[in-house]
Design a binder for this molecule. Structure first.
Ligand code: 13P
Length: 257
């Protein structure tokens, strides 16, 4: 059984002080939640402090990006080893904002995914088509290229590879208030799982697939209620303690009803 996974991507929001304020309330709000893995990915400047504040909670720490080398002359970059040492468990790789604003292509994403897995971090690999690609019915083609671009020829046993998490984030749904429908997201999640099955049959059933793009506490169950969707990657709705806790409680209550 795949455990549900809800991930907060704070993007470039919250100073360390604001992050600390969030952590004064949020763990209390989700106390008693079980059976759902809860991850927060703050900016780099709050990682160390959150690692400490999360110590006696069920929360896990994630990073929003990393370099693929372990160390070296890469001014301004952060390595997987540095993340690992401070207690980071997950790392978001290939977010569409990084593809769009920072020129990340499938080759870079491949290197980062491999490096994360090699260093014992769990990559949350983001995939998604833009509105033009959806309109011209190229969604599957784009996703296939992104998925195999990131994972092909990764020199790892399936055992290690099955730790990977996929996040289907259609670009047109991110930050727009217009999410994909549950059925649209489920169709794509099913497609991604079928692609995994083609190449790595043993792994396909274990990989968790998230949906991301304008998810909130009102619509989350549309997604997590689908058989191939195991959780969500949440931007805007993860910034306020009450809205993020509400979203997690909605998933928790689903499991009980
Ligand atoms: P929103 O939830 O703000 O649409 O952002 C989604 C996202 O990009 C998460 O990585």
């Amino acid at each position: 059984m795949r455990e549900k996974l809800i991930v907060a991507n704070w993007k470039m929001n919250k100073t360390p002080l604001e992050a600390e304020e969030f952590m004064q309330h949020f763990p209390k709000e989700v106390k008693g939640i079980s059976g759902i893995e809860m991850v927060i990915c703050p900016p780099f400047t709050s990682l160390v402090q959150l690692a400490t504040l999360m110590r006696d909670t069920a929360l896990m720490l994630g990073a929003q990006n990393m370099h693929w080398e372990k160390e070296g002359a890469y001014t301004g970059e952060i390595s997987p080893l540095m993340l690992k040492e401070i207690g980071v468990k997950y790392v978001i790789i290939g977010h569409s904002e990084r593809r769009k604003y920072f020129g990340e292509n499938n080759a870079i994403i491949h290197k980062k995914t491999t490096a994360a897995l090699n260093c014992g971090l769990i990559p949350i690999l983001c995939l998604g088509e833009n509105s033009e690609e959806r309109r011209s019915k190229e969604t599957e083609k784009v996703l296939k290229k992104q998925l195999f671009g990131a994972l092909d020829e990764i020199d790892l046993e399936e055992e290690k590879l099955c730790n990977i998490v996929l996040a289907y984030e259609p670009v047109w749904a991110i930050g727009t208030g217009t999410p994909a429908s549950g059925d649209e997201a489920a169709e794509v999640a099913g497609y991604l799982r079928s692609l995994l099955k083609e190449k790595w049959s043993a792994l396909a059933g274990n990989v968790r697939i998230l949906y991301g793009g304008s998810v909130n506490r009102e619509n989350i169950s549309e997604f997590t209620g689908k058989k191939d969707i195991d959780g969500a990657l949440v931007g805007g709705s993860s910034l306020k303690e009450s809205s993020f806790a509400g979203l997690i409680k909605a998933v928790f209550n689903e499991g009980r009803s």
